[in-house]
Design a protein around this ligand. Structure first.
Ligand code: MEV
Length: 436
């Protein structure tokens, strides 16, 4: 396919026409790209300007996990996800834990970091001695950017010079700690960093006939170990009875612990364990217009902080108490980004009672622990396929384009029969043959 320059200057209709002419997209399927336009012109306009080269809206289902009890407060939490069983799994865990005291959360800091990566070919002791003065200049230069953020309780918390010349010739970092109030803060941090880079470049002490600064890049770090939530559930072991009554409370606790221990020692299992946590977190982040990739990248890096990738949860069964905990770095925003403009995000925030950033950190992390708890509880008892395939059956039926009557018959049949793609296909053929 040839690369067309100026594609971004096309309007939406021209872009779609281009795709019809240069791909296997048919004209009739192309018309379908209009099917998910927002019904209101203003909303459609906002969505169409959120990204470059816009061609259409991409619908995802949104469901609600009700009765998520966090710190004694009950929330209805919208989840946006493509995976059939995620809402059902979190709902089951939330109901189970609401009957046992609910989830607890604690915010362990809100500090985020950014870095200016640069080289300087002078003597390290010179820049170290000069750094106090440089810091003063940097603070003065970023004043315009930081004053509003300071009014909201955020701003620059610390500026450090890190000497990395042993790792890479002439390489230094400005390592800056920020607080960004209720914003995720990426734009604020990056703007501050670029201003700091300008200060480094313009500084006469650092740039002269003998030595010079070269800026490599200025960017926030998505690794946020100082912006962290701890979320846990706990109850006496004997009260664990009731997930599905396949195991006694003691057996459930012990097997649950074994599953968590395995995630702590085996990378293949740890990744899947953590993926289940992100099933819930991503669904809340999607619904609230937050950055799923930043949180996932940070979470997985945090999972490797000991040098080995491990599960993000820990468990204790001491003194007859089951305590299960998730510790997660998670940077989210409830202002800025698309949170105030996206038409559905505004609705979601209302359903969540308009939380501040720490509140949303708590909710998203709880969603993660709820999904993970449901996954482990199912895996150590019935397995996940039974529940998962029950939810997935309706997706399969859409794929087979069944009639309403066939659908009812199939759902009844599979209430008591194992569901698999092959079994469903076979049964559909059987009922269609019996009718012809
Ligand atoms: C599926 O999306 C997530 C699980 O695989 C998580 C896990 O295994 O813990 C069920």
């Amino acid at each position: 396919m040839s690369v067309k320059s100026g594609f971004s200057k096309f309007n939406r209709k021209q872009r779609i026409e281009y795709l019809v002419n240069h791909s296997e997209l048919s004209e009739s399927d192309a018309l379908g790209l209009n099917n998910f336009n927002a019904p209101n012109d203003d909303q459609q306009h906002i969505i169409s300007e959120m990204i470059e080269n816009y061609i259409g809206n991409f619908p995802f289902p949104m469901g609600v996990v009700s009765h998520m009890l966090i710190n004694d407060q009950s929330f209805s939490v919208p989840f946006v996800t493509e995976e059939s069983s995620v809402v059902a799994a979190a709902s089951k865990a939330c109901k189970y834990w609401a009957e046992r005291g609910g989830f607890k959360t604690k915010i362990e800091g809100l500090t985020k970091k950014g870095q200016v990566h640069f080289t300087w070919n002078g003597n390290t002791s010179l820049i170290s001695t000069y750094f106090g003065e440089l810091k003063f200049k940097i603070n003065a230069a970023t004043c315009d950017l930081t004053s509003k953020m300071e009014q909201r309780g955020g701003g620059i918390k610390e500026i450090e010079l890190l000497d990395k010349t042993n790792e890479l010739p002439n390489y230094y970092q400005l390592d800056i700690s920020f607080e960004t109030a209720n914003a995720m803060g990426a734009n604020f941090i990056n703007s501050c960093l670029e201003k700091m880079a300008e200060v480094l470049l313009a500084d006469k002490e650092l740039n002269n006939e003998k030595y010079q600064v070269e800026i490599i890049m200025s960017i926030l770090s998505n690794y946020t170990p100082d912006c962290k939530v701890i979320c846990w559930v706990e109850c006496p072991i004997e009260k664990l009875q009731g997930w599905n009554n396949e195991l006694t409370a003691d057996e459930f606790a012990l097997k649950f612990k074994q599953a968590v221990d395995i995630a702590n020692l085996d990378i293949s299992r740890a990744v899947t364990h953590n993926k289940g946590i992100f099933n819930g977190i991503d669904a809340v982040l999607m619904a609230t217009g937050n950055d799923t990739r930043a949180t996932a990248a940070s979470g997985h890096a945090f999972a490797s902080r000991s040098g080995q990738y491990r599960g993000l949860t820990t468990i204790s069964l001491a003194d007859g108490l089951f305590k299960y905990q998730l510790e997660l770095p998670i940077a989210v925003g409830t202002v800025g980004g698309i949170t105030q403009i996206h038409p559905v995000v505004k609705t979601v925030m209302s359903v969540l009672n308009n939380p501040d950033a720490p509140g949303l950190m708590s909710i998203a992390t709880t969603a993660g622990l709820a999904n993970n708890f449901a996954a482990i509880a199912s895996l150590i008892t019935t397995g996940i396929q039974k529940g998962h395939m029950k939810m997935h059956l309706t997706n399969m039926l859409h794929g087979f384009k069944v009639t309403e009557a066939e659908r009812n018959q199939i759902i009844t049949h599979f209430t008591n029969n194992a569901i698999s793609s092959a079994a469903v296909e076979e049964y559909i053929q059987l009922i269609r043959k019996s009718k012809s």
